[in-house]
Every structure is written in C-alpha cells, then in structure tokens.
Design a protein around this ligand. Structure first.
Ligand SMILES: Cc1cc2nc3c(=O)[nH]c(=O)nc-3n(C[C@H](O)[C@H](O)[C@H](O)COP(=O)(O)O)c2cc1C
Length: 187
C-alpha cells in the first residue's frame, strides 16, 4: 500500500475473524516496532505476546471487575459502566492476540519511544491487512506488579501499550479527523 494510503486508512479494529496471525507475521511487526526513533538511540522497548484465548478472557473479566471497582474514584469511567457490566463485553474485542510493549527503565523518554514503536506496529499491521486497537482499559491492570510477575516481566519495566491484533472481520468505517489546530506560527 502506498504510505499515505496506509496512514490515512488505518482505523482501530474491534471485530476480528478467528484466524490467528502466525509467528512470522508477528515477528515482522515487532521488527517494524524496533525501527522507531528513540531518545539517544536507547531502544528501550521489549514485548510480550499473548495468543491464549483462555488467558485473554480471564484478563478481560478481571479488568472489567477492576474498572468497575474504581468507578467512585475515577468519574471519567462512569460512562463506561453499562458496557463494563455486560457479560459478553470483552475489553479485547475477542481478538486472539495481544501484543504488549514495555519500556525498560532507560531515562525520561522511554515511554514516548515505546509509543512510537506502537504506531509502527499499527501502521505495518494495517499495511499487511491486519487490524489493531490500543486497549487503554487494560493499561492499569497490566501494569500491576502481580500481573507483570505472572507474565515474567521485570518489576522495573513499565507497561506502555497493549495492542490487540488480528484479521479484521469487517471494514472499519472512515473517520473524520479534526483539522490541525495551530496555536503559533511565527515567520
Ligand atoms: C491510548 C489509547 C487508548 C485506547 N483505549 C481503547 C480501549 O480501551 N478500547 C477501545 O476499543 N479503543 C481504544 N482506543 C482506540 C481509540 O478509541 C481510537 O484510536 C479512536 O477512537 C480513533 O479511532 P482510530 O484509531 O480509528 O483513528 C484507544 C486508543 C488510544 C490511543
């Protein structure tokens, strides 16, 4: 796909087929992630891949329970209460693959570097006919020390980006993006 077309047609995908991306496809995406720029070329990223549907369902259930338990202190989540209460709502949109990007403790820019790596994954995936969606709902949960321990992630690493991945079951609708808001431009 032409780069501009890839950039402008990528959409978050929330409906997937049963087909799992294979290992070489995922390794290609992780390799694309590592092409991102990083502060002082520190390349602070590392990855986890979960393709176990039972574990993903278990995590989705626990995430919903967790998010519902913090509604009192997180009013911004209140609008999601009806969704989170639905038995059949899966925070991972029933995707069979979750890619997680972690930042090693390598200075103040490590999380930003990992976000750039995440964007490389999302664009490369779209360019190869795959869909992705960043799952912010999973963020706090995956950052918990006991969950990192479950996944063999060193405690000092920061969970930055949980990305679901799979083959889109439907074509995502185009989305109109806001025009750039330019606050200052001195000539
Ligand atoms: C940091 C971040 C967190 C997000 N969290 C979620 C999420 O928990 N669930 C979800 O379905 N989409 C999530 N999204 C996807 C956004 O809703 C989506 O990017 C936005 O609506 C714009 O649509 P587009 O990605 O198709 O351009 C998240 C995106 C970002 C960047």
């Amino acid at each position: 796909m032409e780069f501009k077309n890839t950039l402008y047609t990528r959409r978050s995908v929330r409906k997937y087929t049963e087909q799992q991306p294979d290992k070489s496809t995922i390794l290609t995406l992780l390799d694309a992630a590592t092409q991102a720029p990083s502060a002082t070329n520190s390349q602070p990223w590392c990855f986890a891949v979960i393709q176990d549907r039972v574990l993903l369902k278990n995590y989705s259930d626990r995430i919903k329970t967790y998010l519902l338990s913090i509604l009192d202190t997180h009013p911004s989540l209140l609008k999601y209460k009806p969704l989170l209460e639905k038995d059949n709502y899966d925070v991972f949109h029933n995707a069979g693959t979750l890619l997680i990007i972690y930042a090693k403790p390598k200075g103040p820019f490590a999380c930003g570097d990992c976000c750039l790596a995440a964007q490389n994954i999302m664009l490369t995936a779209h360019d190869s006919g795959l869909g992705t969606c960043w799952i912010g709902f999973a963020q706090d949960f995956l950052q918990k020390p006991d969950i990192k321990q479950e996944l063999n992630i060193p405690a000092e690493y920061t969970m930055v980006a949980p990305l679901i991945l799979g083959y889109p079951a439907t074509q995502a609708k185009p989305l109109i993006k806001k025009k750039p808001e330019i606050l200052y431009w001195k000539k």
